[in-house]
Design a protein around this ligand. Structure first.
Ligand code: EPU
Length: 411
């Protein structure tokens, strides 16, 4: 449970952790080579611990001290992702590609539905089939086999982050060239490619829509530093927008957040890029704007609950259109309980700004929505109590501590 009271103005500085959505994939990629991997800037969050459990279940040894994660990968592994872990963390599915590439087999529990609605893995499977893998499904598990994966040209019907990553990690040990068209372009994909190349892979074009992978015979264990978490950085920017004040966000990369910064700028939030620090300054009151979520470099769907929170107290009416996850509006009724004026129509949310929210007991439906409810509480009179706060801990190392060090009344 997280308790928040109306706060502000915020001041001071905050350090952003490494990106959850990069760290998890780099950990999965470690399956591709035996030896000791060392990852720096790894957030101490529940999802990282779950991925560590998954790797340990396969036979690896994982240690996480401060922000350094070491993974000792053995020569032989049990190529399986069990139901108990996949059910708790969908991202477990990204071990499928690397397991098939290194061991020629993998058994992975099929992820179920979640709070975003149904999230299928058809694109992951189809892409791996293009490389020669075959799959059978029974008893809730997918079993994949491949003698030796063969490079191929794969056109993704949508730039899925997970499918691009699974395919890239499979292609690095495939025989021949793989070309991935309509690849996802997120900074975490480029980070994964940098990591794979350090391991001895030959990946070109990651961060763009066409990725070319020249398969190699073997890879080696390496040391790498995870890119900063752009969603965490955005959370502190949103906190300043909600509560007012001036805050420096250290470690954030403006070049990974360009479209969001442009949108926040149109709302009146000033964000200056000082190299590896973003300096955010809030206006008297934010202005409403319209925003659509899109795959990178568009405005990420993960920013959306934060944007809805900001629009809920901005001057005017803003329309937010969700183009990535159809069902991702579960937190709206919670914000409405806090006095926000939001109407959802299909994949649009029409948000009419009110001068101030009103603290209420609410429930976090997922990581990002949970964080947005906490941030919304900063502009709510009285006390907001966010239940199901464990969701927030899945993705944030110390959201409460960081906000309270900025002067927020949160505990
Ligand atoms: N999709 C399919 N079939 C597939 C794969 C995806 O239909 O085989 C659909 C999804 O249902 C969704 C869309 O494609 O509508 C986009 O999904 P994508 O595969 O890009 O997302 P993901 O890999 O499952 C990652 C992040 C999410 C983030 C999305 C979009 C991780 C672990 N998760 O999910 O982050 O919202 O990309 O950027 O990297 C979070 O961090 O809290 C989080 C949910």
């Amino acid at each position: 449970m997280i308790r928040v009271r109306r706060s502000g103005p915020l001041s001071g500085s905050v350090q952003v952790s490494g990106a959850k959505n990069s760290a998890l994939k780099l950990m999965a990629a470690a399956v591709l080579a035996p030896g000791r991997f060392t990852l720096h800037n790894v957030p101490r969050i529940v999802d990282v611990a779950l991925m560590a459990d998954l790797l340990e279940g396969m036979g690896a040894k994982v240690a996480h001290v401060d922000d350094v994660l070491t993974i000792d990968v053995p020569d032989q592994m049990v190529p399986e992702a069990p139901y108990e872990l996949v059910e708790r963390m969908r991202a477990s599915i990204v071990v499928l590609g690397p397991l098939l590439a290194r061991f020629g087999e993998a058994r992975v529990s099929v992820p179920g539905g979640d709070d975003f609605g149904h999230r299928p893995i058809d694109m992951h499977l189809r892409a791996l089939e293009e490389l020669g893998a075959t799959f059978t499904a029974s008893h809730g598990y997918i079993e994949g086999r491949a003698e030796r994966l063969l490079g191929a040209r794969v056109i993704l019907e949508y730039p899925s982050v997970g499918a691009t990553e699974n395919l890239m990690m499979a292609a690095v040990l495939a025989k021949g060239t793989t070309v991935i068209d309509n690849a996802a372009r997120e900074p975490e994909i480029a980070d994964l490619a940098t990591f794979l190349n350090l391991m001895g892979a030959d990946v070109e074009g990651a961060g763009g829509s066409t990725i070319t992978v020249e398969g190699v015979e073997r890879l080696r264990a390496v040391t790498h530093t995870v890119v900063p978490d752009r969603i965490e950085a955005a959370t502190y920017l949103a906190a300043v927008g909600m509560a007012g004040g001036e805050v420096r966000v250290h470690g954030a990369r403006a070049d990974h957040m360009e479209m969001l910064l442009e949108k926040l700028g149109s709302m009146g939030l000033r964000v200056d890029d000082g190299g590896d620090v973003l300096w955010a300054m809030a206006p008297e009151r934010l202005r409403s704007i319209d925003v659509s979520t899109l795959p990178y470099p568009g405005v990420a769907t993960d920013y959306k609950p934060l944007l809805v929170a900001l629009l809920s107290v901005a001057d005017g009416v803003g329309i937010l259109t969700e183009n990535v996850f159809a069902g991702r509006f579960k937190y709206v009724p919670e914000m409405v309980r806090m006095g926000a004026d939001i109407r959802v129509e299909g994949h649009h949310a029409v948000v009419r700004g009110v001068p101030v929210l009103s603290g209420a007991p609410v429930r976090a439906p997922d990581i990002r929505a949970g964080a947005a409810l906490v941030v919304a509480g900063l502009a709510a009179e009285g006390e907001t109590v966010v239940a199901n706060a464990h969701h927030v801990e899945r993705g944030y190392q110390d959201l409460v501590g960081n906000l309270s060090r900025l002067g927020a009344d949160v505990f």
